[in-house]
Design a protein around this ligand. Structure first.
Ligand SMILES: *Cc1c(COP(=O)(O)O)cnc(C)c1O
Length: 432
């Protein structure tokens, strides 16, 4: 399988190069040249397949022989080694709980797959790779956990000092080894700017092979499609026949792009709902056909505070830029913090299900799209509510149980380097 850049100014390349580079030299995003169809027998049998079996079959489409089957099987078995259950919240509204991985966020799936894939590709290669990642909170922990102890890879995580939660900070500053954390005396935007400048700085890229592990890397997207098939397979035959709708709380739109790719392989998804907080550039586009990026606004679902979602390019590419075509598959909607808190309270009172602020937006998107329809819906719960403890406890006026992995990390000691927002300081740090 060849991978092309969405800017189409560089040659197509292998999965290996697409994954190790992250971003193409023309600054485009890599996409598979073709997305094959899976056979009908695979879909008929989905309910009998484990998550790991599905992951293997789907990843073969994208890996296309670049990794021998036995090694690919071992790799996806290791990546998908935690549960992703479908839970009925009420009536035809189900949730896919994606927060049972090591850092209790759905980004574990993508980060683990990316790290294992890079580790595999570097085995017969003398390159060493440095992952640079800016985080507003959630990505950092998943990347640290995913890449910890992967040979030939080191990771530098930048985060805004004092602007991530205590739990999130501990999750990214307590690994040591090949993982280092840098606190920037500024905002998330400053962190992102420093990372971008480093990628463009030839004095750095001549010495260090930089790569990325956020959702610009195609390796993050591939595994995020696995559980669409799995969730679909968990539904009864009767429910599937009614039509299945997925609602995805979206920020950088990697998650929903993976769903579009799954649909392209033949998974019978009736509709995908792109649900956002007030950073609603994509829902606006879906409604009007006009895309306007703008600076992000802060919300209580902060992992989705993105003003110019990088995967929008990929979404458009999948539909050859046609607003009409993409609108057939996706619909958009957006919600305020007030609506988010309100629905968290309502659902908790009615069902005792605890939504986190991100999942709550997915819930609303699904509820409003389905209305009185008989279709069946699945929304994604992307983080454990305890990861957003202050907001959830304050909103629901109750105490949340903190899962053991989060308690364990709180007892560990933080190690980090504090740097200013000055690029020269960061560059000297990288080249030290
Ligand atoms: C990253 C993230 C999202 C958004 O996913 P995208 O692929 O960026 O759209 C939603 N919820 C949580 C908790 C996240 O960490």
């Amino acid at each position: 399988m060849k991978y092309y850049s969405t800017n189409r100014e560089v040659d197509e390349t292998s999965l290996k190069e697409a994954v190790l580079k992250g971003l193409a030299d023309d600054k485009g995003l890599y996409m598979p040249e073709t997305i094959g169809k899976l056979p009908q027998s695979f879909f008929d049998n989905l309910g009998n397949l484990s998550l790991q079996e599905i992951a293997f079959e789907v990843s073969k489409l994208y890996v296309d022989g670049e990794i021998p089957d036995n090694e690919l099987k071992a790799l996806v078995d290791d990546v998908m080694s935690f549960e992703i259950p479908v839970v009925n919240v009420e009536k035809n509204l189900n949730t896919l709980e994606l927060f049972h991985g090591p850092t209790l966020a759905f980004k574990d799936v993508g980060a683990r797959f990316t790290s294992r894939l890079m580790g595999y590709f570097l085995k017969d290669d003398d390159r060493e790779i440095r992952i640079l990642v800016a985080t507003s909170g959630d990505t950092g922990g998943a990347v640290a956990s995913g890449f910890f102890n992967v040979p030939n890879i080191s990771v530098t995580i930048l985060y805004p000092k004092g602007k991530v939660s205590d739990i999130q900070e501990k999750q990214l500053t307590t690994f040591g080894g090949n993982i280092e954390a840098v606190e920037i005396e500024g905002t998330f935007d400053d962190c992102q700017r420093l990372v971008k400048e480093a990628f463009l700085d030839k004095e750095i890229t001549d010495k260090i092979n930089l790569s990325s592990s956020n959702s610009i890397n195609i390796a993050r997207l591939i595994p995020q499609s696995f559980y669409y098939y799995y969730a679909y397979g968990q539904l009864s035959k009767e429910d599937r026949a009614k039509g299945v709708v997925f609602s995805i709380c979206s920020g950088n739109f990697g998650h929903i792009t993976a769903g579009l790719m799954a649909k392209r392989t033949g998974l019978p998804i009736d509709k995908l709902v792109a649900a956002t907080n007030i950073n609603d550039m994509v829902p606006q586009y879906l409604e009007t056909g006009v895309y306007n990026a703008r600076p992000s606004s802060e919300t209580i679902s902060n992992a989705m505070d993105v003003g110019d979602p990088s995967n929008f390019k990929r979404m458009m590419d999948l539909y050859d830029g046609s607003h009409e075509a993409i609108s057939k598959d996706i619909t958009g909607c957006s919600y305020t913090d007030e609506q988010t808190r309100e629905v968290m309270r309502e659902v908790y009172a009615r069902t005792s299900y605890v939504l986190d602020p991100h999942g709550a937006i997915g819930y609303m998107g699904l509820r409003d799209y389905l209305g009185d329809d008989d279709k069946v819906g699945i929304f994604f719960e992307t983080a454990h509510p305890a990861k957003f403890l202050d907001v959830v406890e304050e909103t629901l006026d109750t105490k949340i149980d903190i899962p053991q992995p989060l308690k364990d990390v709180m007892d560990k000691e933080k190690v980090s380097t504090v740097l200013s927002t000055n690029y020269a300081d960061f560059k000297a740090f990288l080249l030290r």
